[in-house]
Design a protein around this ligand. Structure first.
Ligand SMILES: Cc1cc2nc3c(=O)[nH]c(=O)nc-3n(C[C@H](O)[C@H](O)[C@H](O)COP(=O)(O)OP(=O)(O)OC[C@H]3O[C@@H](n4cnc5c(N)ncnc54)[C@H](O)[C@@H]3O)c2cc1C
Ligand code: FES
Length: 300
């Protein structure tokens, strides 16, 4: 409780001392408020976060695939993918798994708590290029979080895209994220395939690997149509098998996009924690096309 009051005071009373003059500076941290919290699973919560100043909120724009640094003064900061629609600009949704120091502290906060947001940082999915094309959104586990922003963007402009498939897999039914939205997504003429590794007694859906869903999709037409793009987010083992299958199905590597979650510290190209050779995943990524990643040693 003491910590919570401290950091609200730090941001609430003296926000300007922590900023540089230039609004686009990497150091520019915007005071924000947690406006709602939804418990999605035992370990993951969805945080709705609003940039407090209306002018800053309006100016804050991002592209699907980008991330922000979320700061809890006195605790630290960490990168999180923006999981909401870019139309909502300074009203962000972050889905966060409690794994360690910062995220467990965050999990104890309540509505109304103040946080700092900086960004947006990183590269994004090229949704403009994908217009008129079929799209495969393939996510494993927490990988559905960075997929949700491009998905919501596609749904808002549904007529501009061709066939849209979402393939999402989690270890168990209890770990599936955003279950309350599946019916809504389906109403937008989305082919939604959900699978779990291990079923429980209540589960009536599919059991099996995400590659089985993908295999079915590919075999419907024996190969993927030329006008197809794929976005793949998930654990490294999933990238490996999914991207291999997509390549064998004829999808060019330049039309496959992945979001890499390497360990990051600063998120701003300063600390050299996230680089693979001269490529910095915080600046040159997290979104890469598969061709680029293939040429990055040990990237996935
Ligand atoms: C571009 C990017 C986007 C991300 N988006 C999200 C998101 O949308 N939702 C979300 O819940 N998390 C996301 N993460 C991971 C998130 O940044 C970490 O979970 C967070 O930094 C952990 O901070 P902590 O202080 O709670 O944990 P720490 O105390 O620092 O670490 C606790 C444990 O988590 C592991 N860990 C920490 N960071 C990572 C990481 N990046 N990858 C793998 N293991 C890690 C550590 O090895 C350790 O075992 C993202 C990471 C990156 C780089
Ligand atoms: S996270 Fe510090 S350089 Fe990329």
């Amino acid at each position: 409780m003491q910590n919570k009051l401290n950091f609200i005071d730090i941001l609430g009373q003296n926000p300007d001392s922590r900023r540089k003059e230039d609004p686009s500076s990497f150091e520019y941290t915007l005071p924000a408020e947690i406006t709602n919290i939804y418990q999605l699973t035992t370990n993951e919560k969805l945080y709705q976060i609003q940039i407090i100043d209306p002018g800053q909120r309006n100016r804050f724009s991002f592209r699907p695939g980008q991330f922000v640094m979320l700061e809890l003064p006195g605790i630290g900061e960490a990168p999180f993918s923006i999981s909401s629609s870019p139309v909502r600009r300074g009203d962000l949704e972050l889905c966060i798994r409690a794994v360690g120091n910062l995220t467990n502290f965050l999990a104890r906060l309540e509505r109304g708590a103040r946080v700092g947001i900086s960004g947006p940082f990183g590269t994004s999915f090229p949704l403009e290029k994908m217009q008129g094309q079929d799209i495969l959104l393939i996510g494993g586990g927490l990988g559905i979080v960075p997929l949700r922003s491009p998905l919501l963007s596609v749904l808002e402009n549904r007529s501009k895209y061709g066939r849209v498939d979402i393939m999402y897999g989690a270890k168990s039914p209890a770990e599936l994220l955003f279950t309350y939205q599946y019916e809504e997504w389906r109403r937008f003429d989305i082919n939604l395939g959900i699978t779990v590794d291990r079923a429980d007694t209540s589960w009536q859906g599919r059991t099996g690997l995400i590659t089985e869903l993908l295999q079915e999709r590919i075999s419907q037409a024996t190969s993927l149509r030329e006008n197809t793009y794929a976005i793949v987010c998930g654990p490294p083992v999933m990238f490996h098998f999914v991207c291999k299958m997509l390549t064998e199905a004829g999808l060019p590597m330049q039309k496959m996009f992945v979001s890499l979650e390497r360990r990051m510290h600063c998120g701003r190209g300063k600390c050299c924690r996230c680089n693979i050779g001269s490529t910095y995943t915080c600046l040159d990524g997290p979104v890469f096309d598969y061709w680029s990643v293939m040429n990055l040693k040990e990237a996935i």
